[in-house]
Design a protein around this ligand. Structure first.
Ligand code: XMP
Length: 305
């Protein structure tokens, strides 16, 4: 890339010109791409940028509060739509079907909110690898390349379309975005729904959320993995007092990767794994068992679904 400051100046000017006097909406996820776009556009057109954050009910712990805090000085719209997502997901067990249901619901909610703002233009955080992947038809199940446009937007702005991920992170730093956003681990669009096997219920998602938080607290700062998380595999047998009981089985996964296409598990110290296991089982009483996944990708994927 040229230098970050120069890019910021050019992109800001481009957004200003393309937006003219119109209002522009962006789906802000809190990921580095949409955050950089929102920051650039906010510099360029101020209050005429309307970032819309959809809380799907499938977010990580404290995510909605964090986004509201970090972007609160923008004209941020928060759509709390968790109930809608859980209702749509009832009885859905197939991973691809889950993605489809979540993707469609997301668009429905986003459209509804966008319509309220009267915006005619859409800003998207598409980056260079997204364009290559969508053109090549790879990973079509991932919501890369933005949302399908059956919305009535007359223009789509893509200010970071020529950047690679590391360049986006560099720009994030130069824009003064907090390090937690600049260095954020990839988090799948369908959120915790792909970290619970089978049907997505509020209870399973709540367990996944707490367990993910513990794994992140224990691993991110010290090990800086490409990704680390916990997934709810299903129910198994545990013991409480004198009784055999049913409890959730949690898988902990921590991998390093260059681009997500292949991945290797981290060799974590046994003491750390024991601490994670005992924290998860004591802080989430409905969990009976914790396992650490040592499978590479391939043959496994990074996520569980
Ligand atoms: P897999 O599980 O395919 O993951 O090995 C590779 C990378 O992609 C992320 N991932 C997704 N991201 N929507 C997304 O936005 C999805 O449906 C999705 N599925 C997987 C995963 O977290 C990893 O970084």
């Amino acid at each position: 890339m040229v230098n970050a400051q120069k890019f910021i100046a050019q992109a800001t000017e481009e957004i200003r010109q393309e937006a003219g006097d119109e209002r522009v909406v962006i789906a802000l996820s809190g990921g580095v791409d949409s955050s950089v776009c929102a920051a650039l556009a906010s510099h360029a057109i101020g209050d005429r940028l309307v970032p819309i954050y959809v809380d799907t009910g499938l977010m990580r712990k404290g995510e909605t509060e964090r986004i509201s805090y970090l972007f609160g000085d923008m004209n941020l719209h928060v759509a709390r739509a968790g109930d809608e997502f859980f209702e749509a997901l009832m009885g859905v067990c197939d991973p691809e079907e889950k993605r489809k249901v979540i993707g469609e619901r997301f668009i429905r909610v986003f459209e509804r909110e966008a319509r309220k703002t009267g915006a005619k233009y859409l800003l998207q955080g598409t980056i260079y690898p997204d364009r290559i992947e969508s053109e090549g038809g790879i990973k079509s199940h991932h919501n890369v390349g933005g949302m399908p446009l059956h919305m009535e937007f007359t223009k789509v702005l893509e200010p970071i379309r020529d950047l690679y991920k590391d360049e986006v992170r560099e720009v994030a730093g130069a824009l003064g975005l907090p390090s937690e956003i600049q260095h954020r681990m990839p988090f799948p669009g369908p959120g915790l729904a792909v970290r619970v096997l089978g049907e997505v219920t509020p209870e399973k998602v709540a367990v996944a959320r707490e367990a993910n938080q513990i794994v992140e607290e224990e691993l991110i700062e010290k090990y800086r993995p490409w990704q680390c998380f916990a997934a709810v595999l299903g129910l198994g047998t545990g013991v409480k007092g004198d009784n055999r009981v049913h409890g959730w089985i949690i898988a902990v996964r921590a991998v390093n990767s260059r681009d997500g296409m292949t991945a290797d598990p981290l060799h974590l110290p046994y003491e750390l794994l024991e601490r994670i296991s005992s924290r998860i089982t004591s802080e989430i009483p409905s969990v009976a068992r914790v396992v650490y996944d040592i499978t590479s990708k391939p043959p496994a994927t990074i996520e569980y679904e």
